[in-house]
Design a protein. Sequence first.
Lengths: 110, 114
Amino acid sequence: QKEVEQNSGPLSVPEGAIASLNCTYSDRGSQSFFWYRQYSGKSPELIMFIYSNGDKEDGRFTAQLNKASQYVSLLIRDSQPSDSATYLCAVKIDTDKLIFGTGTRLQVFP
Amino acid sequence: DGGITQSPKYLFRKEGQNVTLSCEQNLNHDAMYWYRQDPGQGLRLIYYSQIVNDFQKGDIAEGYSVSREKKESFPLTVTSAQKNPTAFYLCASSIGRSRYNEQFFGPGTRLTVL
């Protein structure tokens, strides 16, 4: 059973801090990794993807991938209350399927 | 205005009834997907289609059926054989078959069985 694991949270951070969200995966053959943000009652929205080891930055978001350790993380700098949501990690194991984690709930308090 | 639309937003079904959820996209994407989301669980793949007139079962296809007669449309039927259909149903699409293509989601349909 191919798995993607996330801590369900909630992860609580003060406004302006860095939020660090982590995800581990079991299939060493995984090729691509995605982070989605999901507000309560809404559908997931893609915010980052990463394919290669290392860091990828986009605005306040940085995705980090370490294939040897089988983890991917998402850093959110200068966290805002509007970042409060559930963050879903998804891993592509072949050309067809994404495997999703259960998500980490982030709370940013003023 | 490009995107993925799903209808209806909310759907109520009596036990024993079949219902069909609509998913339409105007992104010219080849691939389309149906997922189910339950509280506290990740998204689970029901069916997917990489090309018109072809589709494959996902991890939880029992009690569901789909069709892909047009590139733009991928309707999902929840049959009476689905034991616990109350859930949030999400349709997604991507450009095509690749390890790297992102999937984009529609707004979802929330189905409740009365």
